[in-house]
Ligand binder design. Structure first.
Ligand code: AKB
Length: 319
């Protein structure tokens, strides 16, 4: 049985990945680690939780030893818009944090998962059917750290013969934990407004088309990639994966079909708009499909229905 450590466990991905890993590998075999001293009760009740600093090699190494960890999911990172607010902090968490975890993984012979992002592409990247291997000249600090992260992971695979795998996530839509400081966050916020019967002011312009994915697909992608036969993986760090591609007005129309009174206007945030305009409209994820069988389940329509249903269940008093 695997013995797993998840960093950034209280974040948007971690809070949904940890329960799935605990179901699959056993609650005591999955250690959730975050920077919060006191996480949600659900975390502590469902298995081990530890508070860490991702740049502190000694304490992460001690945790790996204490729990006899053999696989690390390194999710801790600052997202794109937050990284533009504090580039120095973003470099420290995203880059120095990754290098620390890579060194710990190397020393203890751990397998590693590293989430990359559509942020690794830039204005000169082809926007439609963005190939797996293409021009990567990101102009955001987030993109630079994710791209350097992909390359560093590939380097550790080649130099130290490690097993490291990753995907380039698109915008992730989920109802359990809010994303913090991303450019694609509008696609989550909009649902919270809609179920509360509040109007929504979108911070991206009409026509800003981006890749997106519903969290159940994203979590399944991580699990399937980590379970895949290593011999079939050529692109390791990191695979383009996508499920849907839409602009704000298309998501609005999809929500309006379910909630006809919902209304949306635009109040564009120039920083996040510029970031979004540097990213692809739609990635080609055929390498992931061919090499480890990636297949999304949710479309924009089925995701919209499920998001609304789940948010109503989570907070019935607001609907
Ligand atoms: C962000 O918007 O920063 C993230 C991402 C696409 O990596 N959701």
């Amino acid at each position: 049985m695997k013995r797993i450590l998840v960093t950034g466990a209280t974040g948007q991905i971690g809070s949904e990945l940890v329960p799935v890993l605990r179901d699959k590998y056993g609650r005591d075999n999955v250690v959730a680690a975050g920077h919060r001293r006191k996480p949600e009760d659900a975390f502590v009740d469902s298995g081990p939780y530890e508070s860490i600093e991702t740049t502190d090699a000694k304490s992460i190494s001690a945790l790996v030893k204490k729990y006899r960890i053999d696989t690390i999911y390194h999710l801790a990172a600052l997202l794109s818009a937050k990284a533009e607010e504090d580039p120095q902090l973003a470099w420290n968490i995203n880059m120095n944090g990754l290098q620390t975890v890579l060194e710990v993984a190397r020393y203890h012979h751990c397998t590693l998962f590293f989430p990359s992002s559509i942020g690794v592409f830039g204005p000169s990247t082809p926007k439609d059917n963005t190939p797996q291997v293409t021009i990567q000249r990101p102009n955001t600090l987030y993109g630079i750290t994710k791209l350097a992260g992909e390359l560093l992971c590939d380097y550790y695979v080649k130099k130290y013969d490690m097993d490291i795998r990753g995907v380039r996530f698109p915008g992730l839509i989920s109802y359990k934990t809010l994303p913090g400081g991303g450019t694609t966050d509008y696609a989550v916020e909009i649902f919270y407004a809609a179920v509360k019967h509040e109007p929504y002011r979108c911070f991206l312009k009409e026509g800003t088309r981006l890749d997106m994915m519903y969290m159940p697909d994203a979590v399944r992608a991580v699990v399937e990639l980590m379970e895949a036969d290593a011999r079939s993986l050529r692109h390791r760090n990191a695979y383009n994966i996508t499920a849907m591609s839409f602009a704000p007005e298309q998501l609005y129309a999809s929500i309006k079909k379910e909630l006809p009174h919902f209304s949306m206007t635009y109040e564009v945030d120039p920083i996040r708009q510029e970031i979004a305009e540097s990213w692809p409209h739609k990635m080609d994820d055929s390498a992931a499909r061919a090499e480890w069988g990636w297949q999304p389940e949710y479309t924009m329509e089925s995701m919209t229905k499920d998001m609304i249903e789940q948010l109503r269940k989570e907070a019935p008093h607001v609907t």
